[in-house]
Design a protein around this ligand. Sequence first.
Ligand SMILES: Nc1ncnc2c1ncn2[C@@H]1O[C@H](COP(=O)(O)OP(=O)(O)O)[C@@H](O)[C@H]1O
Ligand SMILES: [Mg+2]
Length: 230
Amino acid sequence: MLSVETVDLSYGASRCLRGVSLAVKPGEVAAVLGRNGVGKSSLLRAIMGLERIQGGSITWEGRNLAGLSPADRARAGIGYVPQGREIFPFLTVQENLETALAAAPRGSKVDPEVFDLFPILRQFLRRRGGDLSGGQQQQLAIARAMTARPRMLILDEPTEGIQPNVIKDIGKVIRHLARDRNFAVVLVEQYFEFARDLADHITVMVRGEVALAGPTPALDEAAVRRLLTV
Ligand SMILES: Nc1ncnc2c1ncn2[C@@H]1O[C@H](COP(=O)(O)OP(=O)(O)O)[C@@H](O)[C@H]1O
Ligand SMILES: [Mg+2]
């Protein structure tokens, strides 16, 4: 289980996260919603160890992550799919996937299951990352995270700038990983319907704080939408 407890994060004098808490168990999808600039990516970066928190704690499978590098966290089973995908444009699909093997158990190979999840990648193994469409790059970014054999995935706006048919495929994969493979999933989104249809619980952030949180069926959808539009 991932447990984020009352986390504070500042960039210099500028407070970015204040007392943010979030929990997600294996088999569950937790969605974090909020407008641009509320701190969603910073929260994921803090979970991944790419930002240092000034208060609170982040624990994963009972272990406090304080002091663990991003590479240590990847080896501890946390897979990260960053906003904007950050695939390597001059590396092939195969090579992009292989970059994640550093975080996998020694001697691992690219898991053929990623090609069952995203068949297009098998077809494009020798193509350069930069020559893929946005949707294909997003699938590659998820497949790359899977290559390190994580038990949790944190995804930062995976639907951003992606065509509806690919969004649907990505939704299916996220649901499959949570339901059938018992992954814990943290999904940061601005696309409300996508998050609602996948998430067991939803946290809405406003200006670095949790404004609303609860199980998806119990949430007041109108209130959530108001917080996403004001
Ligand atoms: N490295 C950084 N240095 C200074 N300020 C930052 C940095 N990264 C993000 N911020 C600021 O922190 C706030 C939250 O950003 P971010 O976490 O990217 O929000 P979101 O993902 O919700 O759009 C914004 O005001 C942003 O400008
Ligand atoms: Mg962001």
